[in-house]
Every structure is written in C-alpha cells, then in structure tokens.
Design a protein around this ligand. Structure first.
Ligand code: G3P
Ligand code: MG
Length: 245
C-alpha cells in the first residue's frame, strides 16, 4: 500500500507535554518532523493578535476576565505557563508576530484559528492579514475558524491564503455547505462525521482534517482513511503511528 502522507498538526503546539499555545510548546513541536502547528488567535483590547485558546484568562494564565478586555501590556504581566508547572512560569502569551518571526526559520505550516466576536471580524482579519503580508508568510499559513461568515468574507477577498471552516457537529449536505462558503478546507470534530460522509468531500477536492485526535486507535483509523491532516496534542505519537502504517 502507498505510504500515508496525512499531515500531522501539533494542536496548540506540543500541548501534551508543555503549556498550550506558548513559545516553549511551539519550539518543542518544531523539533519533530511535523507538517504544521495549530494555534488560536484572539485580539487584545488594543487590537493586537495574541495566541490563547479561551476567551477568558483564568484557565491558562494568572489573570482574570476576558482576553479582549486587556491590553497587550496588561497581558504581558501574567504567566501563561505557571498553571501547567512552575518550571514554565517565564512563559508569556505569545503575540502572533512573535510566532511568525520565529517560524521563518522552519518550513512547516501555521494553522491560525481565528476566534473573535462577530463585531470584530473585520479588525481581526485586517490585523492578521497585515502581519502575514508584512512577514511574507502567506504560503505558510492556513486560516481556519468556527466563524464561517469570517471565512467566507476572507474567501471573497480572493486572498491567496488557504482557509478552512471548522465544525463541531455533523453536517447535513456538507459538500454544498462547504462550497457555499468558498473555502476548500474542512476541519471537523472526529467523532461527529463517518468515513462515508468524509470520502465524497475528499473526492471533490476538499482538504479534510479531523480534530483533536489523541487516541492511538483513532489516529490509526484517520491515517487509514487517508484524511488530509489531523490535529493532535500528541504529534510525537502520531508521527510514529503514521510511520508504521
Ligand atoms: O482547529 C481545531 C481545533 O483547535 C478547534 O477546537 O477548541 O481546540 O480550538 P479548539
Ligand atoms: Mg484551536
């Protein structure tokens, strides 16, 4: 059988061994032969794209309240690693620009998952696009979002940056829905779609990438289905399993 070339994306960096969405988690992922890193992007109060998953600070920092109610300077006063272990206390919430500059030395892709309220879509995309263009990274970036209005509006701009819609539930008539947004990428919650529902999408040229696969058996199943890529907190395990298939 032909070797599997399913991409392995390190979800929030090497987040099973390091605090998610921090430079140390990205640097650890970059030591592996990964195809990409997924990271979550939000805007600060002063409209600077930063890398953090939750809309609130409590779980992964020592701050309190909403990310978007804090300026970058305020956010920089909080550790983004101490919640995970004292040894990572020096980690801060990375800015998107910091990640883009660091990633220039590598060849893997960055999947920027944009998280913003509907009224900030325009500001979010303008800020992110400016950084991507400024650092000449458009061919290394994959933009995704649960906000399909945002993805459709990015596609309408005829940007060269690849995009994907993310879904958390099963979709009825997925192909026509995905195509209606203008994207060619579909990131789905693995347990919610059957192989039989995914196959026609692949045949139609859609890039399909399930998330977040942390179970060895499910990784094997996804590789055998020859999906375009997977997101995992255990990229080191996934790479090994991919080798063995
Ligand atoms: O982009 C795939 C996955 O990261 C979406 O869910 O909540 O982990 O950002 P979440
Ligand atoms: Mg994400």
């Amino acid at each position: 059988m032909k070797k599997v070339h399913t991409e392995v994306f390190a979800h929030r960096g090497l987040s099973s061994l390091y605090p998610e969405n921090t430079m140390i988690a990205f640097k650890a992922a970059a030591k592996l032969p990964i195809d990409g890193i997924e990271l979550d992007v939000q805007l600060t109060k002063d409209k600077i794209p930063v890398i953090i998953h939750d809309v609130t600070l409590e779980r992964t920092t020592e701050g309190k309240g909403m990310v978007r109610d804090h300026t970058l300077d305020q956010l920089m006063t909080y550790s983004a690693g101490a919640w995970y272990s004292e040894q990572f206390r020096q980690e801060r919430i990375p800015t998107l620009e910091e990640v883009l500059i660091w990633a220039k030395d590598y060849t893997f892709r960055l999947n920027l998952e944009l998280k913003c309220p509907s009224w900030e879509r325009k500001e979010m995309w303008e800020a992110v696009k400016h950084l991507i263009d400024h650092h000449g990274m458009s061919d290394r970036i994959l933009i995704s979002s649960f906000d399909h209005v945002l993805i459709a509006s990015i596609e309408q701009e005829a940007t060269t940056v690849e995009t994907a819609v993310i879904v958390v539930a099963g979709l009825f008539k997925p192909l026509s829905y995905i195509q209606s947004t203008g994207t060619r990428g579909f990131h789905y919650f693995f347990p919610m779609m059957l192989d039989g529902e995914i196959k026609p999408l692949m045949e139609a040229g859609i890039s399909v990438r399930p998330y977040t696969i942390n179970d060895n058996q499910m990784m094997k199943q996804a590789f055998q289905s020859r999906v375009t890529g997977i997101f995992t907190d255990y990229p080191h395990v996934a790479l090994q399993i991919r080798e063995e298939i």
